[in-house]
Design a protein around this ligand. Structure first.
Ligand code: BG6
Length: 510
């Protein structure tokens, strides 16, 4: 086989998944049904699961293996990336799927788990290797790891890949503020080496997010303009039509800043703004990302409300249907002050980005689902064309949907004297065809192969919590005056526009 370049090697899904038993804690939850089981089924279909593999769903509700398999089959039919389901593939996978009922703190449950894992090793030749996926409420993360350790279910970390391994995937959020993230880190590192911890942020598994590095570091025409000499501003938007649905209890404790901004958006920001790493090694990339996060200017304490705006959705219309206000959603307090929208202006105090504002916005119940990064370039001097200033060159990286990249530039309208912006548009779907693997497929596969490049390192999370915890504190001390403050189906509170207006800019129309 031809030798791959480091970039090709980095972009290649890792296909040397090692034999193991994967135990999913919180297996009756939403994430397992919508994302993890469909991802495992698709990996099985693509031949990317190891031959010697078994999966155990660990949860509190009583259930037989057969019940669990039947329920999971229904979910996979509903949520799988590829359809229709190939029943032969499912049968093959479900023979390796088991259910284990226990409380998360119950010693006896871990003793039974130990016996089950031992039996599965014998049956499937999984060689004592373990991947534990913590997809429970975050308050259980520490106790699960502690119990696993106390019952001898965690092997020490070895550099040597031949020794049997334990890897732990931890779902977000990792902590709910700086202090709790530090406490959680202290708890988990009592039992695990950093190399065994896979903190998942599924945005990092998205093809379009991985392509950001390829776009930046393999195209000199962009990279040479990627700085404050040429870029006027960067806008990162995560807009969702959906509300919080059945996740009221979770959302009441989380809110938009913790759910999306602290992790997904900060990851996008760091990849857009990072310096080129000196290799595509996991740590080289993460070193550069963390430098960006550490260079973000702390938000101004005295006039924080000018830089960070929060919102909460009211009733309104989405696709012609009336939808309830956040405060009327199930399991939400009728007087809740939890935010479903955040907009903010950030500055990165380094050589490359001094003076370039980064505007971030994320909201539920906005008019459409779209995640994009827009790089807005500076204008030429405005004396040759009358309307030149209206249409800055803009490079848009569409993370989803209609994954692709577009470049807006100015053109002379034929037969006229004025300019009009036109777009060069690349779409993954029409160019490459097919549907790219789901983020969870890529990330599970990478973990089974022992590659943690696309997982968040602790210092990245720490920097992000350091930046955002003062906002949470400020909000706690100063309840919002006028929640709800935007109607469902609109682009969020007016105050979010003001962040840009005062600097003569505006949000892009999505
Ligand atoms: C999750 C959040 O991490 O990401 C959800 O908890 C959000 O609230 C989801 O809807 C968005 O993911 P995606 O892949 O649909 O952009």
């Amino acid at each position: 086989m031809e030798k791959l370049s480091p970039l090709e090697e980095f972009n290649r899904p890792k296909k040397n998944a090692q034999p193991c038993v994967m135990v999913i804690f919180g297996a009756t939850g939403d994430l397992n049904a919508r994302k993890l089981m469909p991802a495992l089924y698709n990996l099985e279909q693509d031949g990317e699961l190891p031959v010697h593999f078994a999966c155990v769903g660990f949860a509190r509700r009583p259930k037989t293996n057969e019940q669990f398999r039947t329920e999971m089959f229904e979910k996979v039919k509903e949520f799988s990336r590829t359809k229709p389901i190939n029943e032969q593939v499912w049968d093959q996978f479900s023979n390796q799927l088991f259910y284990h009922q226990s409380e998360f703190h119950e010693d006896e449950g871990y003793e039974r788990l130990k016996k089950l894992l031992h039996d599965l090793d014998a049956k499937f030749d999984t060689q004592g290797n373990r991947v534990y996926y913590l997809s429970t409420q975050p308050s259980y993360f520490s106790i699960i790891i502690q119990k696993l350790s106390e019952h001898g279910l965690i092997s020490p970390y070895h550099e040597n890949a031949d020794q049997h391994f334990t890897r732990v995937i931890i779902e977000k959020p990792f902590g709910h503020d700086l202090a709790s993230a530090e406490a959680l880190q202290e708890d988990v590192t009592k039992y695990l080496d950093e190399n065994q911890i896979y903190r998942i942020d599924h945005y990092l598994g998205k093809e379009t997010v991985q392509n950001l590095m390829t776009l930046r570091f393999s195209n000199p025409i962009f990279e040479s303009l990627w700085n404050n000499h040429h870029i006027d501003q960067v806008q990162i938007s995560v807009s969702e039509e959906q509300g919080i649905g059945t996740r009221g209890a979770f959302w009441e404790e989380a809110g938009m800043l913790r759910d999306i901004v602290q992790n997904h958006m900060m990851q996008l920001l760091s990849i857009v703004a990072m310096e080129p790493p000196n290799s595509l090694d996991a740590n080289a990339i993460r070193n550069e990302k963390v430098k960006v996060m550490q260079s973000v200017r702390p938000l101004p304490k005295t006039h924080l409300d000018k830089s960070v705006v929060r919102g909460q959705y009211d009733t309104g219309f989405i696709e012609g249907f009336e939808v309830p206000a956040y405060r009327s959603e199930p399991n939400v307090s009728p007087t809740s002050n939890v935010e479903t929208y955040v907009a903010m202006e950030l500055h990165i105090d380094n050589w490359r980005w001094a003076g370039v504002p980064f505007y971030l916005r994320a909201g539920k119940r906005l008019p459409k689902r779209i995640t994009e990064i827009a790089i807005v370039f500076k204008q030429v001097p405005n004396y040759l064309f009358s309307n030149n200033n209206e249409f800055p060159n803009t490079l848009v990286i569409r993370i989803q949907p209609n994954e692709g990249i577009s470049l807006k530039m100015n053109c002379k309208v034929p037969g006229m004297t004025h300019l009009q912006p036109v777009k060069m548009d690349f779409r993954y779907g029409s160019y490459f065809g097919g549907t790219p693997p789901e983020a969870y497929e890529r990330l599970i596969c990478d973990c089974l192969s022992g590659d943690n490049t696309l997982f968040a390192r602790y210092d990245e999370l720490l920097a992000s919590w350091k930046l955002l915890t003062p906002v949470l504190k400020h909000w706690e001390e100063n309840p919002p005056e006028a929640f709800p403050n935007y109607h469902s189906g609109t682009w969020g509170p007016k105050a979010a526009d003001a962040i840009l207006h005062r600097e003569g800019r505006k949000w892009r129309l999505l």
